[in-house]
Design a protein around this ligand. Structure first.
Ligand SMILES: NC(=O)c1ccc[n+]([C@@H]2O[C@H](COP(=O)([O-])OP(=O)(O)OC[C@H]3O[C@@H](n4cnc5c(N)ncnc54)[C@H](OP(=O)(O)O)[C@@H]3O)[C@@H](O)[C@H]2O)c1
Length: 253
């Protein structure tokens, strides 16, 4: 059975990693997926493999572009059922090396764009009295690490804002939740060209000493499955929650 049959979804950051896996999973489940990211060739490739994926090349910090995306989707499909706000990135720099410019860019891409896109879409969801919004934060929203201050601030902001959005929209039958991934093997695992999950530190601490109880990094598909559940009709009484998908990493100390 296709659990998202006839649903129309917008997924940001769909050109790689968790967003791409989510777009593929949604398409398998019968949804039409508007896939938004900057790398057009990656989106075209995805669309060739999954014909119900519609590429929309756009930078999420381009608000006029986000508006065009929503307008085009409504013109083509008359509705938007699901929004997955997933696009995100990080600079890796300690506070004393960091710049206000990088702070603002991180806010604009990781947090502000989520608000702008949700603001554009909720009016359409309210009209139809149906909606599922899943915002992707991170375990960095729950615990601290060096060099990712701006990123962690955006991810904590996503959790707090999503809870408020869930309260605002509950009366309209729109459910809002957060998925907070741990260490997931995607392009984001590569820091300065090196795969962090293959480093000696990662293998010793997270794998052999089982700081991650499941003793491995997660896959994009495993996160996509959590996003799928929160985006579907099986999810009817969960809103304003942060679902941590981290192999148990944050339950250990
Ligand atoms: N991997 C992890 O361990 C991990 C852990 C916790 C949270 N997360 C979160 O999961 C989400 C997805 O990351 P990922 O792991 O799948 O990494 P990824 O493979 O690097 O994917 C990031 C996606 O965001 C898009 N993106 C970045 N900046 C953008 C912009 N300005 N405009 C439009 N799209 C933009 C990228 O597409 P383009 O470059 O084509 O624009 C790409 O599709 C992020 O929010 C990340 O913070 C990841």
């Amino acid at each position: 059975m296709e659990t998202l049959k006839d649903r129309i979804a917008i997924v940001t950051g769909a050109s790689s990693g968790i967003g791409e896996a989510t777009a593929r999973r949604f398409a398998q489940e019968g949804a039409t997926v508007v896939a938004l990211a900057r790398r057009e060739e990656r989106l075209m490739h995805l669309s060739e493999e999954c014909p119900s994926v519609e590429p929309f090349p756009c930078d999420v910090s381009d608000h006029a572009g986000l508006e065009r995306c929503v307008q085009q989707t409504i013109e083509r499909h008359s509705k938007i059922d699901i929004l997955v706000n997933n696009a995100g990135f990080s600079y890796y720099e300690r506070c004393e090396e960091s710049t206000l410019e990088h702070w603002r860019e991180t806010m604009a891409v990781n947090l502000e764009a989520m608000y702008v896109l949700a603001r554009l879409i909720v009016t359409h969801m309210i009209t139809r009295r149906y909606g599922r919004i899943v915002n992707v934060s991170s375990i960095q929203s729950l615990a601290a690490d060096a060099t990712v201050g701006a990123y962690a601030a955006t991810k904590g902001g996503i959790n707090a804002w999503s809870r408020c959005l869930a309260v605002d929209l509950a009366e309209h039958n729109i459910l809002v939740n957060v998925v907070a991934p741990g260490c997931v093997h995607t392009e984001m695992s590569f820091v300065n060209g090196a795969d962090e999950t293959q480093s000696e530190h990662f293998q010793e601490w997270y794998v052999r000493q089982r700081k991650i109880p499941l003793a491995r990094p997660g896959s994009a598909e495993e996160v996509a499955n959590a996003i799928l559940f929160l985006s579907g009709d099986q999810c009817t009484y969960i809103t304003g929650q942060v679902l941590v998908v981290d192999g148990g990493l944050t339950i250990t100390f």
